[in-house]
Design a protein around this ligand. Structure first.
Ligand code: CO
Ligand code: CO
Length: 348
């Protein structure tokens, strides 16, 4: 039976990197974009390349804007259905991170048809469909190619009333910083790949990665949320640096308040981390003060389908925490934005 064979296929063995750890380094991405010439800039383009935001945003001229984004990567877990769910939740997240509502998605699939049975591809797409259904998004169509390594993701279209649009570059001095998911998916996925964890031990990471960042759509309606993004391949530090650079501010992080997944501290002491952690750190080291051996590994850990990073006007802290709690998030501020200083980030 093919079904039974499939159970034994370890999808992560077919990929050199997994999840958002597949992202090219921030410096390399800058170089590619810089050398790629001028884009046609429609006057309707509200968010383009300049601020390194989560998605492109196009003014429809009727008070609403269209949000367009894509994300895809190689398997981060061994089970095809779960991989499909994670990749879909991750791709949808960039629409939520703009304060918007995704409504349409198309699939992007690369598949080694000579190495893996077709059922695996079916299961990957079925996982994607189940998450899209949960999000109220139609997954209709897409494109599949034969590829030496499997990869999967979505191109997603969303909509947002322009007054609700949230960007990553609009934090204000004094804003409090909140994070909705614990860090550690990169480290746990590395441990999984090296077979240091059982599938059941990685369940918390899977649950977290499959959790939709739908809360972002809610936050779009909150005026006191000044800036919003999601934490993915560049790690918390990378995405926070983009927020600081966009707003021309610095930020302080209270490291003791950073939520970590179970097992992460232990993996830190064993130096189990993905290669991209160091690549991320190399890109940021000049912009950060106060890093320690544990905080380097956790704050630079590439997250797959990571949480929302939210900046909130301090005056509205209680109101925000109440809304977060209604959405099942018990949050605590992990830092704040301060006036621009020599470094962008200060870890306390
Ligand atoms: Co993003
Ligand atoms: Co993205």
């Amino acid at each position: 039976m093919k079904q039974i064979e499939n159970m034994e296929i370890k999808l992560t063995k077919f990929s050199h990197g997994g999840g958002c750890g597949c992202k090219v380094a921030p410096g390399v991405l800058d170089e590619i974009l810089k050398g790629s010439g001028e884009s046609f800039m429609s006057k309707n383009l509200l968010v383009g390349n300049e601020t390194k935001d989560d998605a492109a945003v196009y003014d429809l001229g009727n008070g609403n804007a269209l949000i367009s984004t894509t994300d895809f990567f190689m398997p981060i877990v061994n089970d095809a259905f779960t991989y499909g769910k994670i990749a879909a939740a991750n791709a949808l997240s960039d629409v939520y991170a703009m304060g918007g509502k995704p409504f349409l998605a198309i699939a992007i699939l690369g598949f080694p048809t000579e190495k893996l049975p077709t059922e695996i591809a079916q299961q990957i797409i079925a996982g994607g469909k189940s998450i899209c259904k949960e999000a109220g998004v139609s997954l209709s169509g897409g494109h599949t190619i034969n590829s030496p390594e499997p990869f999967f993701g979505l191109a997603v279209t969303g909509i947002v009333p322009i007054k609700n649009l949230k960007q990553n570059s609009t934090a204000q001095e004094g804003d409090l910083l909140f994070l909705t998911k614990p860090l550690g998916t990169g480290m746990l996925a590395t441990a999984l790949k090296r077979e240091l964890l059982s599938e059941s031990e990685i369940q918390q990471a899977i649950d977290s990665m499959c959790l939709l960042n739908k809360f972002g759509e809610e936050l779009g309606k909150c005026e006191f949320v000044h800036a919003l993004t999601d934490v993915t391949g560049f790690g918390l530090l990378g995405h926070l640096i983009e927020m600081c650079e966009g707003a021309n501010l610095s930020a302080e992080i209270d490291y003791a308040k950073i939520p970590l997944m179970q097992g992460v501290k232990d993996l830190c002491t064993k130096f189990v981390y993905p290669d991209n952690t160091m690549r991320n750190w190399k890109a940021y080291e000049n912009k950060v003060q106060g890093i320690g051996s544990e905080s380097l590994l956790t704050l630079c850990d590439p997250q797959t389908s990571g949480g929302l990073l939210i900046t909130v006007d301090e005056k509205n802290k209680r109101e925000f925490l109440a809304i977060a709690s209604q959405n099942n998030f018990q949050l605590e501020a992990i830092g704040r934005f301060i006036s621009p200083k020599e470094k962008l980030i200060y870890i306390l």
